[in-house]
Design a protein around this ligand. Structure first.
Ligand SMILES: [Zn+2]
Length: 408
C-alpha cells in the first residue's frame, strides 16, 4: 500500500471496530470522509469521521486533525444497511492491489461477514442513474446522518429498499464468474516451505525467482500464479511467505471476456459524437513509465485494446491496457501529446491503416470517444484505461474508460 493510504486510513478509520461496513470517500478537491456502521454493546451506531483539512492537499499531514461524530440508529436501519452491503459484497470482484487515483472521486467500501472476513470494493466516479451512483448517494446520506445532519432516516430506509430490489435484479443478469483453483491448500504450504529453505541460504533478491522455480517443477501455470500472488500481496519470494493466506486454496476468478463483435472497444453507448470536431491530442508511450507494465517502444501512438484481447505480454489482470500501434504490445500508461489536428474519421482510418489485428475495427465513433477523453487533459499527463465492469456492480454494462492517472 502506498504512503498516502497508509497514513490516511488509520486516521480516518479511528474508532471503527466490529463494523459491518466501512466506507471511505476520497473526493477530488475536498476533504476525505469515512463512516462505519457497527454494533457496540447492543447499540447500533454510525460513526462519521472527517478531517480538518484534505489529507491529500495538506503538505504537513501532522496538522490534519480528526473530526469524529456518531449517532445511534434503530434496528431496522441497521438490518437494511447490512442487507444492502451483503448484496454489494456478493457482486464485487477482488480489489486491485495497486491504487491509481483518477480525476474523479474514489469510493472504497469494506464489508465484513460474521467470521470477520472482509470484502473490499472500489468505485470510481460512477455514471449518473447507475446502481453504483445510488450506492454512493446512500452512503453519503449515512455519513451525514452519522455526522449529525438533519436527515430523515425514513427516506434513507426507502432508498435502501429500492436499491436492494434493483441490485437483486442485476445480480440475476450478471455473468457468472468461474472460479479456478491455482494452488491447493497443500501446494501453498509446499511452496512456502520450499521458498523458506531457499531464502535461508541465499536471502530474498526481491524477485519471484524461487517461486517460479517451484512452479516450474510442479507444472503450475506461471501467468495464473502471478495473478493469484499479486491479489494476495506476493510480489517477491519473501512476500509470498509473509502474505499468502494459510489454510485455504488460492483461486482466481475468470470473467466473461468474450470479444464484443458489435462494439469491440466497448465505447459507451451513451457517448454522443460531435460533428466536425477537430482534436489536437493523443496518447503515446513514454520510457518514463516503462516500469508500469509497458512493453511499447518509446513514442508509439497508443490505442486501447479491444475488450477480451489477450495482451501479447503480461499485464496485471486487474487493469486494461493500450496497444502500441507499431509493436501491438501492451502499455498500461500513455502520455498526452500534441498531434496534427485531426477529426475522428481521419484518425480512425489512420489507426486502421496500421493493419494490426487488434485495431482493424477501430471506428470513427471509437476514435471520437478516445480523442474527446484526451483533449481536455494537459500535455505530458499520464492516462490509463479500464472497463467499468471491473467494479462489478451496476449491471451487465461494460464501458471503456480513459482517465487521468495520478500516482499517489
Ligand atoms: Zn523479498
Amino acid at each position: 500500500m502506498n504512503e498516502y493510504y497508509k497514513n490516511l486510513l488509520p486516521l480516518i478509520h479511528t474508532g471503527f471496530k466490529n463494523s459491518i461496513v466501512q466506507y471511505t470517500k476520497i473526493p477530488s478537491f475536498s476533504t476525505e470522509t469515512a463512516f462505519s456502521c457497527q454494533a457496540v454493546n447492543n447499540q447500533k451506531i454510525i460513526i462519521a469521521n472527517t478531517l480538518t483539512n484534505s489529507f491529500w492537499y495538506t503538505d504537513d499531514k501532522k496538522n490534519v486533525q480528526l473530526i469524529s461524530n456518531s449517532k445511534i440508529i434503530d434496528d431496522e436501519l441497521f438490518e437494511l444497511i447490512k442487507s444492502l452491503f451483503n448484496i454489494v459484497s456478493s457482486q464485487i470482484r477482488p480489489p486491485e492491489k495497486q491504487v491509481f487515483g483518477t480525476d474523479g472521486e474514489t469510493f472504497y467500501f469494506e464489508i465484513f461477514s460474521k467470521d470477520g472476513k472482509s470484502n473490499t470494493g472500489k468505485i470510481w466516479s460512477p455514471d449518473k442513474n447507475s446502481a453504483m451512483k445510488k450506492l454512493t448517494n446512500i452512503s453519503d446520506d449515512l455519513y451525514l446522518l452519522g455526522a449529525g445532519a438533519n436527515i430523515n432516516s425514513y427516506i434513507i430506509k426507502n432508498k435502501i429498499k429500492t436499491l436492494i430490489i434493483e441490485l437483486k435484479k442485476i445480480s440475476r443478469t450478471l455473468p457468472q464468474l468461474k472460479k479456478m483453483t491455482v494452488l491447493t491448500e497443500n501446494q501453498v504450504t509446499e511452496l512456502c516451505i520450499f521458498i523458506e529453505n531457499q531464502i535461508e541460504k541465499n536471502g530474498c533478491d526481491h524477485s519471484l525467482k524461487n517461486t517460479f522455480e517451484w512452479a516450474e517443477r510442479n507444472e503450475i501455470n506461471k501467468a495464473d500464479l502471478i495473478d493469484v500472488l499479486e491479489c494476495n500481496g506476493g510480489f517477491c519470494d519473501c512476500e509470498v511467505i509473509m502474505n499468502l493466506p494459510e489454510n485455504c486454496s488460492l483461486e482466481i476468478e475468470s470473467g466473461n471476456n468474450e470479444p464484443d463483435y458489435k462494439n469491440p472497444f466497448k465505447t459507451p453507448l451513451n457517448f454522443q459524437q460531435t460533428e466536425h470536431k477537430v482534436y489536437t491530442k493523443a496518447l503515446f508511450s513514454s520510457s518514463e513509465y516503462n516500469n508500469n507494465n509497458s512493453y511499447t517502444k518509446n513514442g508509439e501512438l497508443l490505442i486501447p485494446a479491444p475488450f477480451g484481447f489477450k495482451p501479447k505480454k503480461r499485464v496485471r489482470k486487474s487493469v486494461h491496457f493500450f496497444n502500441g500501434t507499431e509493436s501491438e504490445l501492451p502499455s498500461e500508461i500513455g502520455i498526452v501529446k500534441e498531434i496534427i489536428p485531426t477529426n475522428g474519421k481521419e484518425f480512425a482510418k489512420k489507426i486502421r491503416d496500421f493493419k494490426l489485428e487488434s485495431l482493424s475495427k477501430f471506428s470513427e465513433r471509437d476514435a471520437e470517444y478516445y480523442l474527446s477523453r484526451i483533449e481536455k487533459i494537459e500535455i505530458g499527463k499520464p492516462m490509463g484505461t479500464y472497463f467499468m465492469e471491473i467494479t462489478g456492480i451496476g449491471g451487465t454494462k461494460i464501458d471503456l474508460k480513459i482517465h487521468k492517472v495520478i500516482f499517489r
